[in-house]
Design a protein around this ligand. Structure first.
Ligand code: PMP
Length: 388
């Protein structure tokens, strides 16, 4: 990058792709390309089988009760919109009811709920966080009540790397009778995720953050809920029978997969999961943790640095300076071959809570190395000498 070895530290935005994933996309188009579910010919059957095997791979990875709990979506945002829209259609959420999210949320886990509130007259409530970017779980318990209809929480903050105790929080939300959704966009790539143990109703993530292609993601949902909730988009594959008078709907997951899905994307996601599982999620989590702690220690003594988020962060290390704009620092780092993200990280309310327009964020993946950390730290010090 600019004549230097790339140090890619923008993994929270998207990951680089391993050969195994790219080869799987190629294999699909060269060897299997066909529309699925509807054909009797060889390729249609083979593509259908590969797509359903990919679903099985996701189900195993998440420890889902059954593959039918895995709905392929376009990504995290798509999955949250699906759930918010469908919950809105139930008629169970009305004026004065509450949807509870947290200060740490990505816009994708804010805006669909705001839209739901606009449509239903429900009120959006927000769990506050402390100066370390840790959620106030006491305030959370106080916010939970009989009017709480939905609790939607991020598991790991993309902006600060805070790991939210979602298991406990989801348990409390269920006791209050609320639907629960976990935004696992940053959790699934960085730790073992077990939907069987989590207790949530819904969990969403994106393929492109776990080494797979863009345009594919997953909504995992409890089977009974996917069965009983209303359908979302209408079209092919989500139907059982159509007459001009009335349509009956297919079983989950097909009920929520209207139209030709991203077949290649699903296969690439399965390849991405095989890639991480060949290494092991525990190993990946431990490796990234070492690099995060190393990076935090490397930059801790820089004058006037403000590091955001708790010390036991995952994935992302976010920081800023009172006298150096994040954009300028990011631009200089780029010229030195270091790719970081600067700005609000799609978390404008969180930035407002901390009184900043943005931060500099270094986010890690399994392929990052100690050399990456050293080069990042050296480049940062050099950039600061130039702008200060
Ligand atoms: N939630 C979180 C926590 C994220 O990090 C992201 C991506 N930055 C999203 C939601 C949105 O994901 P996508 O753009 O893939 O839909």
């Amino acid at each position: 990058m600019h004549g230097r070895r790339l140090v890619y530290l923008d993994n929270a935005a998207t990951t680089q792709k391993p050969k195994a994933v790219m080869e799987e996309s190629r294999r699909y188009y060269e060897m299997l390309n066909s529309n699925i579910h509807r054909g009797t010919h060889y390729l249609a059957r083979a593509a259908t089988e590969a797509y359903e095997e990919a679903r099985g791979e996701v189900a195993r990875h998440l420890n889902a009760a059954r593959p039918e709990e895995v709905v392929f979506t376009a990504g995290t945002t798509d999955g949250i919109n699906l759930v918010a829209d469908v919950l809105g259609l139930t008629g169970e959420i009305g004026a004065g009811d509450e949807v509870l999210i947290s200060t740490l949320e990505h816009h994708s886990n804010i805006v669909p709920w705001q839209m739901l509130c606009e449509r239903t007259g429900a009120v959006l409530r927000v769990v506050p966080c402390d100066e370390d970017g840790v959620l106030d779980t006491e305030a959370y318990r106080e916010l939970l009540g009989p009017r709480t209809k939905v609790v939607a929480l991020t598991w790991i903050s993309n902006a600060f790397g805070t790991v939210v105790p979602v298991r406990e929080m989801v348990g409390q939300a269920r006791e209050a009778g609320a639907y629960t959704l976990v935004d696992a966009a940053q959790a699934v790539p960085h730790m073992a995720v077990n939907t069987g143990d989590l207790g949530a109703d819904f969990l969403v993530f994106s393929g492109h953050k776990i080494y797979a292609n863009t345009g594919i993601g997953v909504l995992w949902g409890r089977h009974a809920l996917l069965e009983s909730l209303p359908p979302w988009r209408g079209g092919g594959e989500m139907i059982k029978e159509v007459t001009f008078e009335k349509t009956t709907y297919n079983q989950p997951p097909f009920k929520y997969e209207a139209g030709t899905p991203n077949i290649e994307g699903a296969l690439s996601l399965a390849a991405g999961l095989r890639f991480v599982n060949a290494i092991g999620m525990e190993e990946i989590h431990a490796h990234e943790g070492v690099l995060l702690r190393e990076a935090a220690a490397e930059i801790a003594d820089i004058d006037d640095i403000r590091v955001y988020g708790p010390a036991d962060r995952a994935c992302s290390l976010s920081f800023g300076f009172p006298d150096a704009h994040h954009y300028d620092v990011g631009t200089l780092l780029d010229q030195m071959g270091v790719a970081v993200r600067t700005g609000h990280h799609c978390c404008q309310p969180l930035m407002a809570r901390f009184g900043v327009s943005g931060t500099i964020r270094a986010s890690f993946a399994l392929y990052n190395t100690h050399d990456d950390v050293a080069e990042f730290s050296a480049a940062l010090r050099k950039a600061l000498r130039m702008v200060r």
